[in-house]
Design a protein around this ligand. Sequence first.
Ligand SMILES: NC(=O)C1=CN([C@@H]2O[C@H](COP(=O)(O)OP(=O)(O)OC[C@H]3O[C@@H](n4cnc5c(N)ncnc54)[C@H](OP(=O)(O)O)[C@@H]3O)[C@@H](O)[C@H]2O)[C@@H](O)CC1
Ligand SMILES: Nc1ncnc2c1ncn2[C@@H]1O[C@H](COP(=O)(O)OP(=O)(O)O)[C@@H](O)[C@H]1O
Ligand SMILES: [K+]
Length: 478
Amino acid sequence: MRTSYTADQIRGAEQALMATLPEGTLMQRAAHGLAAVCAGMLGRVYGSRVLLLVGSGDNGGDALYAGALLARRGARVSAVLAGARTHEAGLAAFLLAGGRVAPDVGAADLVVDGLVGIGGTGALREPYAGLVERAGGPVVAVDVPSGVDASTGQVAGAAVRAQVTVTMGALKSGLLVDPGASRAGHVELVDIGLGPYLPDPDLAALTDPDVAALLPSPGAESDKYRRGVVGIAAGSHAYTGAAVLAVGGALRAGAGMVRYAGPSAPVAQVRTHWPEAVITELDRPSLAGVGRVQAWVLGPGLGTDDWAHELAAQVLASDVPVLIDADALSLVARDHSLLFRSAPVVLTPHAGELSRLLRVARERIEASRLEFVRRAASELNATVLLKGSTTVIAEADRPVRVNLTGSSWLATGGTGDVLSGVAGALLAGGLSGYDAASCAAYLHGLAGTLAADGAPLVSADVATAIPEAMRSLRRARG
Ligand SMILES: NC(=O)C1=CN([C@@H]2O[C@H](COP(=O)(O)OP(=O)(O)OC[C@H]3O[C@@H](n4cnc5c(N)ncnc54)[C@H](OP(=O)(O)O)[C@@H]3O)[C@@H](O)[C@H]2O)[C@@H](O)CC1
Ligand SMILES: Nc1ncnc2c1ncn2[C@@H]1O[C@H](COP(=O)(O)OP(=O)(O)O)[C@@H](O)[C@H]1O
Ligand SMILES: [K+]
């Protein structure tokens, strides 16, 4: 499990650790780690040109001490002092090591962004914003890319786009969640001894072994019913493909059995693609003849008419976990009373669907994914998986899970339908909503990466690659 923290949490831990150490120790540890990463990026340090962007706080201090270490190894290091103040001891060490102060940015083999770290608030002000725009060359960000909110990943204006971010002591949540995550590039963590002082994390991210340990796998006593039967209420005369994809996701993710219920047009498609599915053709919105399931997937391609509403109401009146996706999210947005039930609910909206559920503009949700996924989980009393370039999963009183797998090739029609089937199979297999959603996002992202392999994929490829993704996890676990 990887964990991350807000700026306030980091500051609290740093203060507790600092109280046990001689003054300046932490900054020296930070600077050594930073200089080592810079040296690795430069390859040959001697004779290279390094430009430091130095702000008024300790983030600038880290940059100056690291600049001093590089200057001692023969780099030509210059520093633009952008703040009203400069870290005094850091500047003295930098000048003593042969660094020089420059009036403005110039050509460099490496730019070190020490403008602001966890002390940054809001959009970058001038002259910082202008420096960020003008500086050329590969950038290593100190602690967080300046302009990215360390706690949330929000970017309010100009922000550094780093190749590498060297972060001190522990990951900051803003490095894991877009838009901040895509500004951070590759993240290197420098151990400064903060571990024992860290509180419960703000975010948690599953890793290969975590997911391998959580995934259900059949034992000697298993049969198809014990492995989990998933019901899929999806598809309509207008949208048949979504049903095929959701059923495919559930089958490939290891459901013991998939029961599909829908009208004649998607039934014909599902029957053709998935002879394994047990199908009930519905001529009216009733689940009377469908048989028992351990979890439902409700919504892909379902439509939003009265027929769909009635079917959704029946599914939600059951006593098993229900995953609500796509059109069923629109039904719920119009009629929140559908969510009044005691069995677990997992919602899997993208930002547009969450915008309808919360009545908040889509752009605001994309800019502040953590805030709105938390709000949705608490207001709707459900596990909420918010899809997109960063997928985040929230449930009341648990750390938000952030998904670290995936590929932007997944941004293509129908991949969300596959995800709903995968998550449904895991719910039916006995995982909680929180674990089923997190593991499904992880597998789906991994399968997307495997299926794309650097080129376009179609959503059915993602379902096909789910077993390979599972195998790769189990291989990693040994
Ligand atoms: N504590 C420790 O043990 C360790 C800390 N470490 C390091 O210290 C960093 C935190 O240092 P910090 O607290 O001094 O804050 P920091 O991020 O440098 O910036 C604060 C100043 O920036 C300014 N400013 C803010 N927003 C702005 C904006 N939008 N646009 C423009 N300016 C803005 C504002 O200054 P003002 O403008 O008010 O003069 C504010 O005072 C941390 O990230 C890590 O790198 C490591 O060495 C490990 C040990
Ligand atoms: N830029 C991106 N990077 C990574 N994953 C993405 C990106 N954009 C979309 N995705 C993923 O692709 C899937 C798209 O789902 P969704 O929006 O429901 O599409 P559809 O409704 O067409 O099935 C989600 O799992 C989402 O997280
Ligand atoms: K920075």
